[in-house]
Design a protein around this ligand. Structure first.
Ligand SMILES: [Ca+2]
Ligand SMILES: [Ca+2]
Ligand SMILES: [Ca+2]
Ligand SMILES: [Ca+2]
Length: 288
């Protein structure tokens, strides 16, 4: 599948030319959406009414208290944090609506305005066939964050390479029988080789890591946490670096509505679990 919108691509190219070299050279950090970019990963939540908000990473291991509301009532059911799609120096997102349409959400790139959507553009339909949509970061060696997806019926994993502007290019199957995982999350570059990596939670509540290669494939898995690490946890996000050490971290939520952090070490492992919020996070439909 190749998703392309000719006019939109032309507009995006024109916009990136107008934005000039200053914007092009300021590549924001992984999952950093705040305006201005502060280098810390940020969290997206789906509110009870299917609207969405951002929580900014604090850089001290948690999230800042007051979320930024998008002011949109569109029926979101999924988000994927991507790199800068239009070259304006601010990261962009994909969203999936409840009807299965996939949209590119262009974040307004203006100081103090981070988290506001400037342009929403439909990229394709039928994306509800996937029950995992996430980005590990760049898996093809071109610096752009790519999309991976699990087909619900087969459990097969697919890579969609981000070719810039509005192009998501199907690159083929990167895994089979991933039905054994109850969660799969893109996590950024966990082991410091510059290529995005993937985490997966199996049905025995163990956490596994798959290191990405620049050829768009995944190496054999490595156990990160056994001993039922994920018991009672129901949401997992590779949020980017929220501790300020440059290594991507992982946030999870448990059945008590608490928010938990496992800090990445930069060698593919994680430190033990730390509680970063004691209640209330069960009100959100989903975390990305
Ligand atoms: Ca940020
Ligand atoms: Ca952008
Ligand atoms: Ca890596
Ligand atoms: Ca970190």
């Amino acid at each position: 599948m190749r998703v392309s919108i000719g006019v939109a691509a032309a507009v995006a190219v024109a916009a990136s030319l107008l934005a000039g070299s200053a914007a092009a050279e300021a590549a924001p950090g992984w999952r950093d959406f705040s305006g201005p970019a502060d280098g810390y990963g940020d969290l997206v939540v789906i509110n009870p009414d299917s609207s969405a908000s951002f929580f900014w990473g604090s850089g001290a291991g948690g999230l800042r208290a007051h979320p930024v509301y998008w002011g949109q009532s569109a029926g979101f059911n999924h988000f994927v944090a991507l790199s800068d799609l239009n070259g304006d120096g601010c990261n962009d997102l994909l969203s999936r609506r409840t009807n299965g349409d996939l949209y590119r959400e262009e974040i307004l790139c203006s100081p103090g305005m981070g988290g506001q959507i400037e342009t929403s553009r439909r990229l394709g339909t039928g994306w509800n066939q996937f029950n995992v949509l996430t980005s590990p970061g760049d898996m093809t060696g071109d610096g752009r964050a790519d999309l991976i997806a699990r087909q619900a019926t087969t459990g097969d994993m697919y890579l969609y390479a981000n070719e810039g502007t509005d192009l998501l290019k199907a690159r083929g199957r990167i895994g089979t029988n991933w039905k054994l995982y109850r969660a799969v999350l893109g996590a950024g570059d966990l082991n410091g080789d510059g290529i995005g990596d993937v985490l997966a939670v199996d049905r025995n509540d163990s956490l596994w890591r798959y290191d990405g290669t620049a050829a768009g494939s995944l190496k054999p898995r490595t156990l990160v946490f056994g001993n039922r690490w994920a018991t009672s946890r129901n949401a997992f996000v590779g949020v980017g670096d929220i501790t300020g050490d440059g290594h991507p971290d992982v946030i999870s939520r448990n059945a008590q509505g608490q928010l938990l952090r496992n800090s990445g070490t930069g060698t593919g492992t994680f430190r033990s679990t730390v509680k970063i919020a004691t209640a209330g996070w069960d009100r959100y439909k989903a975390l990305f």
